[in-house]
Design a protein around this ligand. Structure first.
Ligand SMILES: [Zn+2]
Length: 815
């Protein structure tokens, strides 16, 4: 892959000045219009300023006697840590990746003379002179900077929270006689710090405050990456309004959501896990250090279903003027980048068996319920609730376009309880109280994506047997713990969510299938073989700089004084094709689990989850705690430093992995594949007239992962004749296999110009768009007129559904 690095184009700016003010809650009130492809409405933000943050910091510190000093450091909501991870985006990069790219025209993030595209609607003053890094003492007064892109902001105002009836209980003055900025901020300050057991009241008052009248418009300005807000006379963050309302609408071309149609041809819109996250959906503070809660009311025509990251299973409320309204909320603070929404005409697919109450995994509860308080800021946490802790399968719903109802019923629905239960048996308490699973439109650029309370799955996971669906579901379920409940503090340390989810997906899936320990080990070894091959390929074809899992080294997690920072390569369109972080991270965890023994490793992992859920971590937090809790005799020569060196800070194949190649000969399932490969090569070499005898060759039945390995081995053959390919296809019914297997088959077809199966390639490019990108490339590289024609024809058919940036990437390959 030709990958050029260009910081001005590839690095993602995070502009919000989180060091001065931190958003604690968002109230969104939005209308979705499918005619104009616009989402329009208001967002109210409730803030805490630096002073309040410090106050809270000192109070949380006292509760950390239980943990190591490292943990104490983390749990303080220090406003000067970096941005980071968008689990959604990151998980969407698994495998066949997100190929959304950034508009190359947009360059300089500090270009204040750039796009004042809201000028004509702006009722506030649009000045170009503000400096983004303005701290508390700038001459212009305090400037609030929010991450914002491709939004038309029409008005920003201060919200008069003091006008809400009953609000005086949040102040020291019994009657609100003199309403001042100070008083309003005092109210918000009390509201955002209410104790966890008053969460209902808190949500309710957030909602009421969000509807309070405005009390003065605020000056604002926008540029490519940010929205800047100022109030005359407010010189510091503490003088700045702590509740503000922004009136805005999205742009049809905005990159946070995709407007498309589902597999039944009906319109829908959903967040695609864009590299720019949600900043083209609502103005926000992107850096995850700004962990916040939210609630949202979304209205759409009555035929639509609104799904969202919310802990309540919302039902629609009919509106008098037609249409319906959906309300969701969360009480666990999370980065704004994890918020997800999907609106479409989907059908809920109910389980035929109806709720299964028990799953066969023994849960040694004593293991899960660790004593002591949680390390995070206060919220109603499931880890402290005995009934939540014991819940093996959380309530869930499945949504899909009506034409996929049957296949979902057969493949996906029966998998959910065993996979959730398997996850619980390994890690304990589910961090989230419920789950929606949505089969997303064909243009979804990856196989799956996890967000709080909602998982997106590609239709590609539904074909073949249940293997691909099960593994992918397990991967996304694992993100509830690693990626969502425990986030990475520095975006570049992506392995902290993807490496864990990849490692855990195998563990969960073998449990869900109820394999014997030997079978489980065999399957896991086989997957290790496949991943080793993939890693080796990727290391050969990517720039060294991008093969490092902890590129910032000791500077990891650092941001500027204001809280702003840049995420290296965050917008590089090709980074999203890379799997290095998944694979190297997976191999590191596999290495550690092997070294310590599964029992020790997983019992540690439960302890780790208990200590760090609800918080952001860096690589060293995990490694330090792991080594500290490992007995000397098992630790041997392992140290945080040498793990950094061997695994996280070097490019290329990690040293301890270099001998892994021979693993194929040690894995029974892989050896079986080698034997089959030999047979196929023999068949292929037979002279034409004796070829009929190939019928006599007896081939073993293979598992889906074995088929993938078989086809990969055969891809290394220089020539395979049409009869061999034909027979291969017939023997394994390749076109009925899952998308991973069919992908390798299509590669073989393209490589050997096996025109009889071009129909399979065509189908793959239409139905498995998340995985088809490489195939377009391979079809073009062949310089075969017929193949190139095929690529162009398929692209013409798929183009209308594809989102702009994806279409652009493929178009570049084709023309
Ligand atoms: Zn907790």
């Amino acid at each position: 892959m030709d990958l050029k690095l260009d910081p001005s184009r590839d690095d993602l700016p995070l502009m919000a000045n989180t060091s001065h003010m931190l958003v604690r809650h968002y109230v969104l009130d939005l209308d979705v219009d499918f005619e104009s492809h616009i989402i329009e409405g208001t967002i109210v933000l409730f803030f805490e300023d630096g002073k309040q943050v410090k106050k809270q910091t000192s109070s949380t510190k006292e509760t950390c006697q239980l943990e190591s000093s490292e943990a104490c450091k983390l749990r303080t909501p220090e406003p000067c840590h970096i941005p980071v991870t968008n689990v959604r985006t990151l998980s969407s990069k698994m495998g066949y990746n997100d190929f959304a790219i950034c508009d190359k025209g947009e360059k300089d993030t500090s270009d204040k003379d750039g796009n004042h595209d809201n000028l004509e609607q702006a009722s506030g003053l649009c000045s170009s002179q503000y400096c983004c890094d303005t701290g508390d003492h700038g001459r212009e007064g305090f400037l609030l900077v929010l991450d914002c892109c491709d939004l038309s902001v029409s008005k920003v105002e201060e919200v008069d929270v003091a006008a809400v009836p009953g609000i005086e209980k949040f102040t020291r003055s019994p009657k609100l006689s003199v309403i001042s900025e100070e008083l309003r901020n005092e109210v918000v300050g009390e509201l955002v710090t209410l104790p966890a057991d008053r969460w209902r009241e808190q949500l309710d008052y957030y909602a009421r405050c969000s509807q309070a009248p405005g009390c003065g418009e605020l000056f604002f300005d926008t540029d490519t990456w940010s929205l800047q807000i100022r109030k005359t006379g407010a010189l510091t963050a503490s003088e700045f309004p702590h509740a503000i309302r922004i009136w805005y609408k999205t742009k049809p071309e905005g990159r946070s959501v995709s407007w498309t149609s589902d597999q039944s041809g009906r319109p829908c819109v959903y967040t695609v896990g864009s590299p720019i996250n949600n900043r083209a959906l609502f103005p926000c503070q992107e850096p995850p250090v700004a962990m916040s809660t939210w609630q949202a009311t979304v209205r759409a025509a009555a035929s639509f279903v609104v799904l969202m990251s919310g802990e309540n299973s919302a039902k629609p409320a009919q509106l008098r003027e037609g249409g319906s309204s959906w309300h969701y909320y969360v009480t666990m603070p999370m980065p704004a980048s994890t918020f997800t929404i999907a609106v479409g005409c989907w059908t809920e697919i109910k389980s035929e068996m109806d709720l299964v109450t028990e799953w066969p995994f023994p849960s040694s509860e004593a293991n899960f319920r660790c004593a002591g308080v949680c390390g995070h800021t206060e919220y109603p946490c499931r880890f402290q609730d005995a009934s939540a802790t014991a819940q093996e399968v959380i309530p869930h719903r499945v949504f899909a376009p009506v034409c996929l109802r049957d296949v979902c019923q057969e493949t996906l629905v029966p998998l959910i309880p065993p996979c959730l239960s398997a996850a619980h048996s390994v890690l304990g308490t589910h961090p989230f109280s419920r789950l929606d699973i949505l089969i997303v439109p064909a243009n979804f650029p990856s196989l799956g994506m996890a967000s709080p309370h909602i998982i997106f799955l590609s239709q590609s996971t539904l074909t073949g047997m249940n293997h691909l669906c099960g593994t992918r579901l397990c991967h996304e379920i694992a993100h509830a713990w690693f990626g969502l409940a425990i986030g990475a503090q520095d975006w570049t340390e992506e392995w902290l969510s993807e490496g864990f989810a990849t490692h855990l997906e195998d563990v969960f899936w073998t449990k869900a299938q109820q394999l014997t320990p030997h079978e489980a080990q065999e399957q896991q070894e086989l997957r290790a073989c496949l991943r080793w091959r993939r890693l080796q390929d990727e290391l050969r074809s990517s720039p060294e700089e991008m093969q490092v899992l902890r590129p910032s080294k000791e500077k990891t997690g650092q941001v500027s004084d204001s809280g702003a920072s840049v995420v290296k390569h965050g917008l590089n369109p090709e980074k999203i094709f890379m799997q290095v972080h998944y694979l190297k991270g997976y191999f590191l965890l596999r290495f550690l689990a092997k070294r310590l023994g599964n029992e020790t490793y997983f019992s540690f992992l439960r302890k780790f989850v208990h200590m760090f859920h609800g918080q952001l971590i860096l690589s060293q937090d995990f490694l330090q705690m792991l080594l500290e809790s490992t007995p000397e005799e098992k630790r041997l020569e392992l140290s945080v430093e040498n793990i950094f060196q061997d695994w996280l800070e070097s490019s290329g194949m990690p040293k301890p992995l270099q001998s892994e190649r021979q693993a194929e000969s040690e894995c029974g399932l892989a050896r079986q594949v080698s034997a089959e490969v030999t047979k196929w090569i023999r068949v292929n070499r037979r002279p034409r007239k004796r070829r009929r005898r190939q019928e006599n060759e007896v081939f073993e039945k293979l598992l889906p992962d074995q088929l993938v390995l078989l086809l990969e081995h055969l891809l290394e053959q220089k020539t395979l004749n049409p009869q061999t390919l034909q027979s291969l296809q017939k023997t394994y019914h390749l076109q009925e296999q899952d998308a991973e297997v069919r992908h390798r088959w299509c590669e073989l077809v393209v490589k050997h110009r096996h025109s009889r199966a071009y129909g399979h390639v065509e189908r793959f490019l239409q139905e498995d768009q998340a995985m088809g990108v490489y195939l377009y490339g391979e079809l073009m590289v062949s310089e075969d007129a017929r193949q190139q024609q095929l690529a162009r024809r398929c692209f013409e058919l798929a183009r209308a559904q594809m989102d702009g940036p994806s279409a652009e990437v493929v178009a570049q390959m084709l023309f």
